[in-house]
Design a protein around this ligand. Structure first.
Ligand SMILES: [Zn+2]
Ligand SMILES: [Zn+2]
Length: 537
């Protein structure tokens, strides 16, 4: 009986992590995450590619919504098994899923008010707060480094992934006709020089490894260079005496920023900081969980705690809970404001951006990954006029992108993790945009392993060490996307966006702008025609 793996999300893109493992004894999901970015709403509401009632267990690598966000939908649609995770993950996921359900509820109420005026029938959110509570009841805790049976013929061991508190590399053993297959999921991997977290665990033995590739084609600046850059940019921004906006993911990025600010405050030569508003009730809850599980954090953090300081509480920090106090920040000229969402696709950061982006004295710091189609990505890519919450904004603010603050390892970190496996291992590269996943797969092949970047919806048979075990052979052809299907269109859009980004990166002052312009002009016209088709009805 074959052991099969299906790649049902985070294939050719960063979000929507979901893998299905199937043997004759059991069916297990690793992660059940949300898609994020443009058009994500429709996709999150899609039918699953399997029947939820037939899934025996879920293994959750970490709490981030792109790994956990569709769990309540899974439960709502009939999943009856257990969801296995580390202790901090269980606490974090409760905070994140409750918040997600609340946001979705508010959003559909808002849509329905608008739709009612146009006579359009009401929409329902993918799931509600009750589905979240049902989901939380199914969570079961596994300690790091202990092997535990999670379903018939399947056992799991979590190892620290150094990405956020509680994040786990997942070793999974599946029984198969007298033998067994071992498959390792990297989950999201932290950088080798992790700041808040411990360094990721090295795994040496596996038949297969599924590795993330968020930054599979890029290296970050070093930690030292990143800190120097942050110090200089922040000092400049403080001097401009305007708002300093930091869109932050509530989990980990926010705690990291608080910690880096705290470090700068200990340096007496650094300019005096304005008030710091952490405008995120969810961020506050996440920070408490970081404090609670500080024994799982880095030595650096524990040293600061031992010295009697709270690493996540810089001077002048206040948490903003109510919406009114969030709005009141608009009346203050000078302040550091941290708010979510991290990609500016919703949440309180949107109103801060709307009120401040026009201002030349405003500085915005991006400290995390910005997915295609999000407001954050458009700002990073330099769009100068935008419509935000119903208002046209001309962008005057200055932007700083601190890639080195990422909770993800860069290309070298990922290759280093991969290089420790014995040569019997083969790799599936996921959780990265197509260009990035392909670049990492090719780097791994150069080290002598088999590696493929599967397409969404592809299944592979793991019971025979087939095709990808030998790098000179092409990976088995994945199920092709049906021409004209929605998935095929999404893949095309992702390609177009990544082509545009790569054209921009490769332009230098000697480029033949006169030749390039008319071609780009016609591409834009074609895209506009497509847009008009979409909005016809
Ligand atoms: Zn993550
Ligand atoms: Zn992720």
């Amino acid at each position: 009986m074959p052991v099969k793996i299906g790649f049902l999300g985070a294939a050719g893109e960063v979000t929507g992590s979901c893998y299905l493992l199937q043997t004759d004894k059991s069916r297990i999901l690793v992660d059940c995450g949300m898609f994020q970015g443009r058009y994500a709403d429709d996709r999150n509401d899609d039918e699953f590619d399997f029947s939820p009632a037939n899934i025996d267990a879920v293994v959750l690598t970490h709490a981030h919504i792109d790994h956990s966000g569709r769990l309540p939908l899974l439960v709502k649609r009939g999943f009856k098994g257990e969801i296995w995770a580390t202790d901090p993950t269980i606490e974090l996921v409760a905070v994140l899923l409750r918040d997600t359900a609340k946001l979705m509820g508010e959003e559909s109420e808002w849509k329905n008010r608008k739709n009612a005026r146009k006579g359009i029938p009401p929409v329902k959110p993918a799931y509600g707060e009750r589905d979240v509570e049902e989901t939380l009841k199914r969570l079961r805790y596994i300690r790091y480094d202990e092997r535990t049976a999670v379903a018939d013929g399947a056992s799991v061991r979590f190892r620290d992934a150094g990405h956020i508190v509680g994040s786990a590399i997942t070793e999974l053993w599946l029984a198969n006709d007298g033998g067994q297959v071992k498959i390792v999921f990297s989950g999201d991997l932290g950088p080798r020089d992790a700041v808040l977290e411990r360094q990721y665990t090295l795994i040496e033995e596996a038949d297969y490894a599924v590795i993330e590739s968020t930054y599979g084609d890029r290296n970050h600046k070093s930690l030292e260079a990143t800190r120097a850059e942050f110090r200089e940019a922040l000092a400049g921004a403080i001097e401009a005496r305007g708002k300093i906006l930091i869109p932050t993911f509530a989990v980990d990025r926010a705690q990291r920023v608080l910690y880096e600010i705290k470090r700068l405050q200990l340096d007496r030569t650094f300019p005096r900081m304005p008030k710091i508003f952490f405008d995120s009730p969810m961020g506050e809850k996440a920070t408490r969980i970081y404090e609670k599980y500080s024994s799982l954090l880095s030595r650096e953090v524990q040293d600061m705690l031992r010295a009697g300081m709270n690493p996540f509480a810089p001077e002048g920090l206040s948490y903003t809970s109510g919406v009114d106090s969030s709005r009141a920040i608009n009346d203050i000229d000078e302040a550091i404001v941290m708010a979510g969402s991290g990609m500016c696709s919703g949440g309180r950061i949107v109103h801060h951006l709307k009120h401040n982006l026009w201002n030349k004295n405003c500085h915005v710091f991006f400290v995390g990954y910005q997915a295609h189609g999000t407001l954050g990505r458009r700002l990073v890519e330099g769009e100068k006029s935008l419509r935000i919450a119903g208002e046209d904004i001309a962008v005057g603010a200055a932007f700083h992108t601190l890639g080195g603050f990422s909770a993800h390892g860069d290309r070298d970190d990922l290759l280093e993790w991969a290089s420790r496996f014995g040569h019997g291992a083969s790799f599936f590269v996921t959780h990265g945009e197509a260009k990035s996943a392909e670049a990492l797969a090719s780097g791994i092949r150069q080290m002598g392993y088999g590696a493929a970047a599967p397409a969404r919806g592809a299944y592979y048979d793991l019971s025979e060490k087939q095709a990808i075990t030998r790098p000179e052979l092409a990976p088995p052809a994945p199920r092709a996307l049906a021409f004209g299907s929605r998935d095929a269109v999404f893949a095309l859009l992702a390609d177009i966006a990544s082509e545009a980004a790569s054209i921009r990166e490769n332009l230098d002052s000697r480029a033949d702008f006169a030749d390039i312009s008319p071609l780009l002009e016609s591409s834009r016209l074609i895209l506009q025609t497509v847009k008009n088709i979409k909005t016809k009805k």
